[in-house]
Design a protein around this ligand. Structure first.
Ligand code: NAD
Length: 499
């Protein structure tokens, strides 16, 4: 069994805390490696050397910094198969989906190649007599990212690419469930020309997260994960004076109007509900058909499709729709919630609880489950299940369906399927959710737009990637400059105005 490392100052470094966590192959259920869990002392040392490296990095011109990302993009393409394999081996998702995970991160790296343009400040020539005014966007220093297990390539890249392009050093604390790909990404950044120390990967659990939140040098923290931890990190980070953005859990509703193309809606629900075994923050977990007839038609179309879903290990190739859950705990939790839904009176139309994968009996597989007649008071409706479970809540009217999505505490993504432009437009305008799809089930914005939910799905005021990331990872300095002769003569006692 292999012991993984941290990546500090351009080198793989063994953990010294003596604490480790097991990393599983979810398809077989076997422990395949151990990841070191860093102590506060290890984190503090990594931050100190990141701070030392940051000064020269910030002084490197933005075009040169961008060139590192250009090269990084090439290296990601070169190593795509290797990255996807390592990702699937620890996460469990299929290989094509693992490549998607890498590519959605790579696209943010591509966007960040525009750093020289994105970092251009503002300038007013002649703001007053002989006075120029300009604003610069300067890096914060050392920023940190704490990332979840479900996108071990994409989300680390969403964090470190813009932070580093802006001239910061970055401490990445990836999920302890699948830390290998983040370590590989750090190696590739180094191969691309990033100076040692500018990107440090420090593995660990709550102990190292708390050390990040309490470290005085860390100026900003970006978090992605579950809502209770997001809230905790936001509170502790902000009260320690840091700039913090935290993205949390989700319960994404898809509304199906009576005029929707029902085959298209059913296909969309299958991909969005069960892709990556439902372990996506933008997965659709609630289908809301409007009208009894729509609901009956939808369930009729969904049932055989859900029953036909192919589940298996990533090694089985393209013939698999989704793989196992990430850990035995995740499997237990999802099965427990399905039991709870049955107890609460929801109708389990397709029951995947008994699924067992031949030859992989110890793997963390759960079969696809489809619920009908779910109601808003049930636990399976209130909680994020994060598994291959789609709940159907029947609504009588469009207003009821809209109200359901609006009243839910989460507000990450949502979608409406309809042929009526007026309904779609009304929905997009009124809904209190950050990302909206119109006949698109998973409306994840592309790299040059920004990603972020509302309500309990996000804490902080700027989104991830796109132009917001360049705002989050820089601070503005505004200079008012006057160069005429005679500035030294006479003092000004009243505040200058433009009147
Ligand atoms: P998680 O909250 O368990 O872990 C996320 C990170 O926080 C990990 O790095 C973990 O080590 C750390 N952590 C865990 N417990 C901690 C604690 N008590 N104190 C301090 N740090 C702690 O989340 P997860 O299970 O890895 O990921 C799944 C969750 O992430 C889901 O809720 C999903 O919706 C959410 N998610 C949200 C987005 C988004 O952009 N909104 C994207 C992806 C995933």
């Amino acid at each position: 069994m292999q012991d993984l490392t941290h990546f500090i100052d351009g080198k793989h470094v063994k953990g010294t805390s003596g604490r480790f966590a097991d990393v599983y192959n979810p398809a077989t259920g076997e422990v395949q490696s151990r990841v070191p869990l860093a102590s506060k002392a290890e984190l503090d040392a990594a931050v100190a050397s990141a701070a030392a490296a940051q000064t020269a990095w910030a002084a490197t011109n933005p075009q040169r910094r961008a060139r590192v990302l250009m090269k990084f993009v090439d290296l990601l393409h070169r190593d795509m198969d290797k990255l996807a394999e390592a990702l699937s081996r620890e996460h469990g998702k299929t290989l094509p989906d693992a490549k998607g995970d890498v590519i959605r991160g790579l696209e943010v790296a591509e966007f960040c190649i525009g750093a020289p343009h994105l970092l251009k400040g503002e300038f007013t020539d002649g703001a007053g007599p002989g006075i120029d005014m300009f604003s610069m966007r300067q890096p914060l220093g050392v920023a940190a990212g704490i990332t979840p297990f479900n996108f071990p390539a994409m989300i680390p890249m969403w964090k470190f690419c813009p932070a580093i392009a802006c001239g910061n050093a970055f401490i990445l604390k990836p999920s302890e469930r699948d830390p290998s790909v983040p370590l590989m990404l750090a190696e590739l950044m180094q191969e691309a020309g990033l100076p040692d120390g500018v990107l440090q990967v420090v593995n660990g659990d709550k102990e190292v997260v708390d050390a990040i939140l309490d470290n005085e040098t860390v100026a900003a923290v970006g978090f992605v994960g579950s809502t209770p931890i997001a809230e905790y990190i936001y509170g502790r980070g902000c009260s320690n004076g840091k700039r913090v953005q935290c993205f949390g859990g989700a319960k994404n509703h898809m509304i199906i109007m009576p005029d929707a193309d029902m085959d298209q809606a059913a296909d969309a629900l299958i991909g969005a509900g069960f892709g990556a075994a439902g372990e996506r923050c933008m997965a659709i977990s609630v289908a809301v058909p409007v009208g009894e007839e729509t609901a009956d038609r939808l369930i009729e179309k969904l049932t055989p499709r859900v029953e036909a879903l192919k589940i298996g290990p990533f090694t089985a190739g393209d013939d698999v729709d989704f793989g196992p859950l990430v850990t035995a705990d995740a499997k237990r939790r999802v099965l427990g919630l399905v039991d709870k839904g049955v107890e609460e009176g929801a109708k389990l139309v397709v029951d995947g609880r008994g699924f067992s994968m031949q030859g992989y009996e110890e793997g963390f597989f759960v079969g696809a489950c489809l619920f009908d007649n779910v109601t808003r008071d049930m636990e399976i409706y209130k909680q994020e299940i994060f598994g291959p479970v789609l709940s159907t809540v029947r609504a009588n009217t469009y207003e009821e369906a809209l109200g359901l999505a609006m009243d839910h505490e989460y507000g990450n993504g949502t979608a409406i399927f309809t042929r009526d432009g007026d309904t779609a437009r009304d929905f997009a305008n009124r809904i209190n959710i950050g990302m909206v799809g119109v006949n698109v089930p998973i409306p994840v914005p592309l790299a040059y737009h920004t990603f972020g939910g509302w309500k309990k799905s996000a804490f902080g005021d700027l989104n991830q990637h796109g132009p917001d990331a360049f705002r989050f990872y820089t601070r503005t300095k505004t200079v008012t400059a006057r160069w005429p002769s005679g500035t030294k003569e006479g003092a000004e006692f009243s505040i200058p105005t433009m009147g």
